[in-house]
Ligand binder design. Structure first.
Ligand SMILES: C[S@@+](CC[C@H](N)C(=O)[O-])C[C@H]1O[C@@H](n2cnc3c(N)ncnc32)[C@H](O)[C@@H]1O
Length: 268
């Protein structure tokens, strides 16, 4: 039943945008008092000998979500760059990039006003700013940024080509687009074609589905507890699905590889 409900936003583009915008506004109100800075499925290294990312103690509780940002954003040097994050959610990723990777400026935008208000309330860091923004119609002049970052947000957009053209437009010449998200496997080739049509060159392409699934396993207990403790019972099923709890729709999709989780490094 829930699977049928979840397929609606994917088949009706208008419903998709309406659904996700309202879902994230609701989620931000339900969890306004809960100390969550990220809303992604996370990233775990698969090799036991991989170097462990050094984090400040207050970042440890959301290590895997943060590691997804680290994997994406450390793919190029960001120091002295003007960076835009589209779909910044609750701001944890933009804050991580500003604090750990030292760009000149970091700007996060999100379509959910409730998310943007949470970000503004939580983070007071020099040269880190947040605002309302729609990925499909960005309110920035051409060539405003050196780098655009987009993590686990683009599956919510009505017209993905508009987002790709907008990212291309706001980037300076040779600027980079750091892009991670998931899609049903059969949609991947179309997505790559749309990126090329927007003008981007694919510099690096990675499947990180196994890393994301490993993080989901490691996060299962923490996320289940937050849902049990902080969410009205009537929303447990839907919230568990979006949180990627073991056995739910997206968890199973990554496990069976019906869904791909990709990271693309692209250049203008
Ligand atoms: C799964 S959350 C990921 C948030 C954040 N990137 C993270 O990893 O924690 C998806 C985010 O995309 C935002 N979003 C959805 N549609 C959007 C759009 N058209 N423009 C900008 N943001 C959008 C949602 O409001 C939500 O905050």
């Amino acid at each position: 039943m829930l699977d049928k409900v979840l397929s609606v936003p994917y088949t009706l583009p208008f419903a998709k945008k309406f659904f996700w915008t309202n879902w994230y506004n609701l989620f931000a109100s339900l969890f306004s008092d809960v100390n969550i800075s990220f809303m992604n499925y996370g990233f775990a290294e698969l090799s036991p000998t991989a170097a462990k990312l050094n984090l400040n103690s207050h970042d440890e509780s959301e290590r895997y979500c943060l590691q997804l940002y680290h994997h994406v954003a450390s793919s190029i040097p960001l120091n002295d760059k003007d960076v835009l994050e589209v779909g910044c959610g609750r701001g944890g990723g933009s804050s991580f990039i500003k604090r750990y990777l030292s760009p000149k400026s970091m700007t996060g935008v999100d379509i959910s006003d409730n998310n943007v208000n949470l970000c503004k309330k939580k983070y007071a860091i020099p040269n880190l700013s947040f605002g309302h923004g729609d990925a499909e119609a960005l309110k920035f002049a051409d060539g405003s940024f050196d780098v655009v970052v987009n993590v686990e947000s683009s599956h919510c957009y009505r017209n993905i080509s508009d987002f790709f053209s907008e990212s291309f437009r706001v980037l300076r010449p040779d600027g980079y687009f750091l892009y991670a998200d998931f899609r049903p496997q059969p949609e991947i080739n179309d997505l790559l074609n749309q990126l090329k049509q927007a003008g981007f060159t694919l510099v690096k392409q990675e499947s990180i589905a196994a890393n994301v699934l490993a993080a989901m396993d490691l996060e299962n207990h923490r996320k289940s507890k937050i849902i049990q403790d902080s969410i009205p019972k009537i929303l447990h099923g839907l919230t568990s699905t979006f949180a990627g709890i073991e056995g739910t729709h997206y968890y199973q999709g990554f496990k069976s590889r019906d869904y791909e989780y990709f990271f693309y490094l692209l250049q203008k």
